[in-house]
Design a protein around this ligand. Structure first.
Ligand code: ZN
Length: 266
């Protein structure tokens, strides 16, 4: 359970250590933010706190355009949860629910869909479908902000079955079309290098990243580490098709997390 007063005090200080720990939803604007959001501090009576972005989303809030909740490090509510839930989250993160339903996901984990949903509700406060919905929206928003990929390719990369469906969901959430988030008009290009940021939940000083990762997603796919700033790693995806972006980012995150020195080694 979150302690609302403690959360508000982290928010008031824009505490970087609280980033990913919780999200704050502002009732007057319908937006949810990271604790580090540069926007003016909302009044205490106007905010509520959620453990995960998925929970804020399921309660009808939309992600902030300034602090970009889709770029927050993974929530410890996700990382610290049961191994089976974590496995389910990793599968969802890599796009499993684009081609499969929740029954297939539960099957893979050796449990019934009902049991899986019960575990999700208990540990995350939302079901697998809600997690998938917010994953798609977050990935699409991230790719719009960070890459020059055309909107159609982004729709498919994020797992939407059609451009129409993506536009519908996006308009519903943001009351504006996807292209309106693009800073540079006419910058759309599939030819530009595909550079994305990956946020890790790590002790800042302990991060030792390799320069280059061969990815399993396809024979020639790889990731070049371009920069590391705090816990944000900027990577260039090489030979990664739009439909494989989710899997590639998920793999990079998991591989870089495994580079974390063990606690015993510190
Ligand atoms: Zn914000």
């Amino acid at each position: 359970m979150l302690d609302d007063d403690a959360c508000y005090s982290h928010l008031a200080r824009r505490d970087p250590a609280a980033d990913g720990e919780f999200f704050v939803a502002v009732k007057t604007t319908g937006i949810y933010c990271r604790p580090i959001c540069p926007a003016r501090l909302p009044l205490r009576k106007n905010v509520s706190f959620f453990r995960t972005a998925a929970e804020a989303h399921a309660n009808g809030f939309r992600p902030c355009l300034r602090c970009r909740p889709e770029s927050a490090p993974d929530s410890p509510a996700w990382l610290g949860t049961l191994a089976s839930v974590r496995r389910a989250l990793n599968l969802i993160d890599s796009g499993f629910l684009v081609d499969h339903d929740v029954d297939a996901l539960a099957d893979t984990l050796g449990m019934t869909a009902r049991h899986l949903r019960r575990l999700f509700m208990k540990h995350l406060g939302v079901g697998p479908i809600e997690v998938e919905q917010v994953r798609r929206l977050h990935l699409a928003k991230k790719l719009i902000h960070e890459t020059g990929l055309p909107i159609t390719e982004i729709a498919f990369a994020a797992g939407y079955g059609s451009l129409r469906r993506f536009n519908e969901v996006f308009l519903n959430a943001f009351k504006r079309p996807p292209s309106s988030l693009r800073k540079k008009r006419g910058a759309n290009s599939s030819a530009a290098p595909l550079i994305v940021s990956v946020a890790l939940r790590l002790d800042r000083t302990s991060l030792r990243t390799p320069d280059h990762l061969e990815l399993k997603v396809s024979g020639s796919a790889s990731a070049l580490i371009r920069s590391v700033k705090g816990t944000t790693v900027t990577v260039e995806l090489v030979n990664v098709a739009p439909r494989d972006i989710a899997t590639a980012i998920s793999e990079i995150k998991q591989r870089l997390h495994s580079h974390r020195p063990s606690f015993a080694a510190r």
